[in-house]
Design a protein around this ligand. Sequence first.
Ligand code: COS
Length: 386
Amino acid sequence: MDFELTSEQREIQAVAREFADAEIAPHAAEWDREHRFPHELVPKLAELGFMGVCIPEELGGVGADFLSYMLVLEEISRADAGIGVTVAVHTSAATLPIAKLGTDEQREALVPPMARGEKVGAFALTESGAGSDARSLRTRAEAEGDGWRLTGTKQWITSGSFGGTVLVFARGDEGISCFVVDGQADGLSVSKEHSKMGLHSSSTVDLALDGVLVPRDRLLGEEGTGFRIAMSTLDGGRIGIAAQALGIAQAAYDAARAYALERRQFGRRIGEFGAIQEKVADMATEIDAARLLVYRAAWLRDRGEPHGEAGAKAKLYASSVARRWTGEAIQILGGYGFTTEFPVERYYRDAKITEIYEGTSEIQRLVIARSVLGLAERAAPVAAGA
Ligand code: COS
């Protein structure tokens, strides 16, 4: 398998790296401290195409491949993982399913404003009683006239308060369906803003749906296919979270490496001591391995091949690498690493969630095990964002 990046992929990566270093990294500590999503960043992201990297050009996107999009997520997350998850959810969990599964009218009406960053996307699947067991969701879709009324509460919705475009999964007479809901619709409100351990620059809310009216033309795909849409969307989304974890791990490595070459104790740079060398060597090796898993999953997806197992492996491994090595990066920086003067404590707080959302590590193992044991034949290759 050849992972040499094309010249277009390298170019997108370079633009994303430069943008992340200039426009995101210098502000990340402040956004973290203020627990604030910087809405003023969205037009800048959109101007460079980062709100629609892998969205077709005719729908306002860049028309690049999924691997290019992963390179962008990795670079953004290296600077600020909260911005990374916002772009990831917007793109792979909200815009892509509409671009892939929508009717012509839905694609043309809904996707361009999202690719232009005017409408930030959100994905409302999880509920208080339906996390890993997403199929047990209880939000109701009652048929009314030529549409439905949605009633229920969705939990931990990234960007759910931004008034953008929300994919809502709800249960009706035909089973679970996926509806495209305007974030400013009557009856939709934020019932809770969550305070989190990390990712402070992203917004996470609960959404109350109190009889939200959805017209028939805002049903995505066929009625009753919502669970499959959610699962295939997550197959792609999980690669994005793996890229986010990779970006966080890379940031921690960069900080630890620089410190090991600068900090002197016992008359030498600490990077000359075996105990530190062992950590740096393992960290570099595991980050390389995570990167290869992430790029392979994206590459399979770009070839139209099944990528559920590869994406689950990438997320399982990259999130573990990020969680473990952000901790060891603090160890290398010692007391300094524990202070907010250095960014590694933020990386550590931001990394943990990558083992939880878009499917916990336990669920990734289940997906991998079912696949390698041949027990997942029903999980047909995909329709949506995957
Ligand atoms: N792509 C397309 N369809 C899929 C699929 C996939 N990757 N995986 C499952 N399906 C389909 C199956 O084909 C089956 O379809 P039919 O009912 O038409 O036969 C249906 O979905 C149910 O499949 P299954 O029986 O495997 O579902 P389970 O309830 O056992 O759930 C897991 C499987 C646990 C893997 C799933 O619920 C899951 O991924 N949970 C985690 C949810 C999650 O990531 N939450 C985070 C939310 S976003 S922060």
